[in-house]
Ligand binder design. Sequence first.
Ligand SMILES: *Cc1c(COP(=O)(O)O)cnc(C)c1O
Length: 388
Amino acid sequence: MRLAGRIENLPAYLFAELDRKVAERRRAGVDVISFAIGDPDQPTPAHIVDALREAAEDPSTHRYPSYYGLPEFRSAVADFYERRFGVALDPDTQVLPLIGSKEGIANLATAFVDPGEVALVPEPSYPVYDIGTRLAGGTPYLLPLTAANRFLPMLDGVPDEVAFKAKVLWMGYPSNPTAAVASLEDFEAAVFFARRHDLLLAHDNAYSEITFDGYVAPSVLEVPGAQDVAVEFGSLSKIYNMTGWRIGFVVGAAKAIEAIGRVKTNVDSGIFNAIQRAGVVALNGPQDHLRPLLEIYRRRRDAIVATFNEAGWTLDSPKGSLYVWVPVPEGETSGSFADRLLDEAGVVVAPGRGYGPSGEGYVRFSITLEDGRMAEGLERVRRLLKDG
Ligand SMILES: *Cc1c(COP(=O)(O)O)cnc(C)c1O
């Protein structure tokens, strides 16, 4: 058999080699502590689990769901946008449920990028923006994100001939992996750019509620006129500790929502209705799990930042996401530092290079590690940094 070129040409999975080394260490009996995975360790709030149990016992949920999702779930998303961002959405034409936002992020390219066409992909970033573009046969035009520019894309620097050709501009704030945040003014500039170059602005807001120190993450749809040129991806995964459930949504420009929906009706059959009913309860119900959850995350974030700052780093505390983005010591690469942490401390981090070429020089620490393991892991990092 012969595989398709489109998957043979995918970049090698940059964490595969690290995974292999971790497995090898574990086999050798090393107690490996992983800061590499951004997957909430806290359980889904009980009232949401109860809603699933109840819905699962109703046989009417056992049949194929509607292609465009439960009307009640679409309304719950629209109501959430109204309450949270002051953004009014038509639940029938501007909200599309997704089997986790990753699914829609990957499917967007099928709707927008023909073979040979260009999508503007900031990097380092969530790998799916890039991979989705490539799977559709498109070409990502990478926009390097650097500390000098607060890890925001320099849209003024995109050559006109690229910008006018591009079909999509990706953004994602609070950011995985850099933990950078964007202001409404930053989004205004992106909406202006999208309008000027007649392209779709696709914003990934997976961490909208995972923010700290009084910072409130905006929606790109708060920008006047954004609903003509932008969509925003949302996810219940990080906000309600529901990564395993697979439920998210995309909202915004009706023409784009219709197009993504058309792709999906041809390749999937929607989300288990019982999960959508539980999703309604999550979005409409009490949000009081968030405060203690954010307190746990903030404490962990502070512990990681303190570990490095005590060793001479000058990290600012990130205002959002589940990560701390740490520059590697002088003379090391993201790969060599990650290797050294594993070999000498039994600690796993995600090498920044895995998120794009401009991730070189950084590693990503996740704050989704249980407190005891986290303390032990950071103690080992502290010793390693002290011994040089
Ligand atoms: C976790 C994550 C997602 C998606 O999650 P789903 O579980 O597929 O909804 C999307 N974008 C970013 C940046 C993420 O980190």
